[in-house]
Design a protein around this ligand. Structure first.
Ligand code: ZN
Length: 443
């Protein structure tokens, strides 16, 4: 199948709004060059490119974990790291993960593939690029990304970013409710509570303090529990909270679930009050060796109760709920308050993502899908992920045209909508940038 040239050009020229990444702050990457192993950041060399997602494919293909650890460390030369990776690279280079690494290497360092003869040169270029301003140039100039939404993993609630006009920040609600973690919230905010009522006050404080600048709320509790958030009243949850506060071990698993359920609903109500879309992880698990598909397959069904209970919320369902993507097409088609986000999906399974996008567009309103989120920690992987996504979008649109479902005129409008327009409608980028400005002026 040849991708239509006009479509390819339109897709390449149109900027993405990247609705989900985990990018470290640029200052963290700069500091890691000096602090080295104390930073917790992989070394800025060839290992960086394999440190997120492709590491899982390498392990699953047979690479020993101990070797992989050395690939991210600061002790080996790039050529010695490559000697560890090479036997497994051939096994993973055709997956979506492998492809986004290769595409990034091509776009950033001008090499078609990675091999023993160029790992030193790639590493040198990667390291030399780590300078003030390099995030902006990789995201805007190379990846053609207009804004990147960041769910920072460097802090449990909200990242006070240095670049609020480029790296829009999510407010994470995991530790506040569905994955309640009093210590993490206390360490991050200085706030504590003895009673449920006081904890509601802590959540209120987080929304009042961060909500005006946050682009959305984000929650990935589906990694540790189901999304079956039962309606639990404050009167039922209060005595459980009081006991949990004194002695977490005194609360049974069922009681802890009830408390989390109550707080999860509370956080969704707050997000609705602050007009923040509610981003939720559904579907496939990052990492390897631990995904409970029996539970994951209930994610889409559980969403129905949330969508019905919170009519005024706007839910952004992540990762197309892979491998249960058909079910979320049904959700986005049926529920006015539910969107589907293709973040991460293009590299989990590029071919399934092409099929998904075509089927989505034939079934659900075109404004209900968000088409790109790189979902990575290293900024160096965003260009390659964007390239895989652009190829997939161009392929899906070309196929729909060849099959005579859509015309060229319709395709032009659609591409704008899919790559940026839907995100600009759902999220208030301008308002958030203004709020950061106001905040800074006031301080
Ligand atoms: Zn993510």
């Amino acid at each position: 199948m040849n991708i239509n040239n006009d479509i390819r050009k339109l897709v390449n020229d149109t900027p993405f709004v990247d609705t989900h990444t985990h990018l470290w702050e640029e200052s963290t990457r700069l500091a890691a060059l000096e602090e080295r192993r104390g930073s917790g950041i992989p070394a800025s060399d060839i290992g960086m490119l394999f440190s997120h997602y492709t590491d899982s494919d390498l392990i699953v293909s047979g690479m020993p974990e101990a070797d992989l650890k050395r690939v991210f460390g600061y002790d080996l030369e790039p050529k010695d790291k490559w000697a560890l990776i090479a036997p497994y690279y051939e096994r993973v280079r055709l997956t979506g993960y492998g492809r986004h690494v290769r595409a990034s290497v091509r776009m950033l360092y001008g090499e078609e593939d990675i091999h023993a003869g160029n790992v030193e040169a790639i590493s040198e270029k990667l390291r030399a690029a780590v300078k003030p301003g390099y995030y902006r140039s990789i995201l805007r100039d190379v990846a053609n990304v207009e804004y990147a939404h960041v769910n920072s993993l460097q802090t449990p609630v909200f990242m006070e970013t240095d670049m609020p006009d480029l790296l829009m920040q999510d407010l994470s609600t995991v530790a506040l409710g569905s994955g309640l973690d009093l210590t993490a919230v206390r360490n991050a905010t200085g706030k504590d509570a003895d009673t449920l009522k006081e904890w509601h006050g802590v959540i209120d404080w987080c929304f009042k303090t961060y909500g005006p600048r946050a682009i959305a709320t984000k929650n990935q509790s589906a990694y540790t529990r189901g999304l079956d958030y039962a309606p639990v009243s404050a009167a039922e949850a209060a005595p459980i909270f009081a006991r949990y506060r004194k002695k977490p071990g005194s609360v049974s698993p069922a009681e802890l679930k009830a408390l989390q359920d109550h707080l999860a609903h509370y956080c969704i109500h707050k997000a609705t009050e602050y007009r923040l879309p509610v981003k939720l992880h559904l579907g496939y698990f990052a990492g390897h060796g631990g995904m409970p598909l029996h539970r994951v397959r209930h994610n889409a069904g559980d969403m129905c109760l949330l969508a019905q209970e919170h009519r005024d919320a706007r839910f952004d369902i992540f990762h197309i709920n892979y491998p249960y993507q058909d079910e979320v097409i049904a959700l986005a088609k049926h529920y006015p308050n539910t969107w589907v986000d293709m973040c991460w999906a293009w590299i989990i399974n590029p071919e399934a993502s092409v099929r998904f996008l075509k089927e989505f567009l034939m079934a659900a309103p075109a404004n209900k899908v968000l088409c790109f989120g790189a979902d990575v920690l290293p900024v160096e992987l965003v260009p390659g992920h964007a390239a895989v996504a652009r190829k997939g979008i161009a392929q899906a649109i070309t196929e729909l045209m060849e099959e005579k479902w859509i015309s060229m005129d319709e395709a032009e409008t659609l591409i704008q909508r899919l790559m940026r327009g839907n995100a600009l409608e759902l999220f208030d980028h301008d308002g958030k940038i203004a709020a950061w400005g106001g905040e800074r002026a006031a301080s």
